[in-house]
Design a binder for this molecule. Structure first.
Ligand SMILES: NC(=O)c1ccc[n+]([C@@H]2O[C@H](COP(=O)([O-])OP(=O)(O)OC[C@H]3O[C@@H](n4cnc5c(N)ncnc54)[C@H](OP(=O)(O)O)[C@@H]3O)[C@@H](O)[C@H]2O)c1
Length: 263
């Protein structure tokens, strides 16, 4: 079988797929031959994203934390395509910007609900509907911020650090039939991350060893790799996809230390 068809006959659900990384993941999975269900908070965005992906794509409205909508989406996927072999828990949010000490419970709870509870909810439903008996692959969209710390993004970063740990916990619970992995993107050109690149893209690119910010497709292809049998001996793992931003930041910090030490 050609590599293009390596996901032929499989079905993927991608949450938060109307644009950005989720849409790019849906395109990569579809290009590899999978049927793809794309979710969004609105029917219109889900449907038009699915139409842009191709004929084996279906758009479904489902807020990631809405239990009934999630259950209905999984049921509709089973009715339409007959399986749920791949789940990409991609929907994410960041309503809480600023110091941790100034945050309130509402913003904390919303971030944890969407970024942490929803991946567990959708995993439970996919395992119950199909994967528990037939196996599957789950990919969670975490963040570089779940590995490193940075000011003003504390709640979001804590939620993504917990998602990385959830990925490991789930991997030991659902193996060997089901693999669970995560991606940890650096700064990628999407709406959610606009504040991190929009007015200073060149400066971010300069701190990035590969010389540019990320594009959604850079992450989408890694998600398709983790969803496919090409990664069949990888589970509980988080792959950093950041053009080298993490090591670039470390190098910059080291230079500053050396400069201070030398001075
Ligand atoms: N861009 C980056 O630099 C970056 C870096 C690290 C991690 N990430 C992570 O990547 C993931 C995707 O974000 P993105 O950067 O691609 O952002 P984006 O372009 O703004 O896309 C976010 C997607 O999530 C959907 N969405 C948001 N809240 C949702 C909810 N409660 N239920 C269902 N869908 C929801 C949006 O759809 P609707 O608005 O149509 O509902 C949209 O399709 C997130 O988990 C984010 O934390 C991004």
């Amino acid at each position: 079988m050609s590599r293009e068809g390596r996901l032929a006959g499989r079905t993927a659900i991608v949450t938060g797929a109307s644009r950005g990384i989720g849409l790019a993941a849906a395109v990569a999975l579809h290009d590899a031959g999978a049927n793809v269900v794309l979710t969004s908070r609105t029917e219109e965005a889900a449907t038009s994203a699915a139409a842009s992906v191709g004929e084996r794509a279906l758009g479904v409205q489902a807020h990631a934390t809405d239990d009934d909508a999630a259950r209905a989406c999984v049921a509709r996927t089973m009715e339409t395509f007959g399986s749920v072999d791949i789940l990409v828990n991609n929907a994410g949010t960041n309503p809480a910007y600023g110091p941790l000490l100034s945050q309130d419970h509402g913003r904390f709870a919303k971030t944890m609900d969407v970024n942490l509870w929803a991946p567990l909810l959708w995993t439970q439903l996919a395992v119950e509907a199909w994967m528990g008996e037939h196996g599957g692959s789950i990919v969670n969209t975490a963040s570089l911020g779940g590995i490193v710390v940075a000011p003003d993004l504390g709640i979001y970063h804590v939620s993504k650090a917990a998602l990385i740990h959830l990925t490991k916990q789930l991997a030991i619970e659902v193996g060997p039939g089901i693999r669970v992995n995560a991606v940890a993107p650096g700064v990628v050109r999407t709406r959610l991350a606009e504040a991190l690149w929009k007015d200073h893209e060149e400066a971010v690119a300069q701190r990035t060893p590969l010389g540019r910010i990320g594009e959604p497709a850079d992450v989408g292809s890694a998600i398709a790799f983790l969803a496919s049998d090409d990664s069949s001996w990888i589970t509980g793992e988080t792959i950093v996809i950041d053009g080298g931003q993490m090591i670039g930041a470390t190098a910059a910090a080291d230079s500053a230390t050396i400069a201070v030490g030398a001075g």
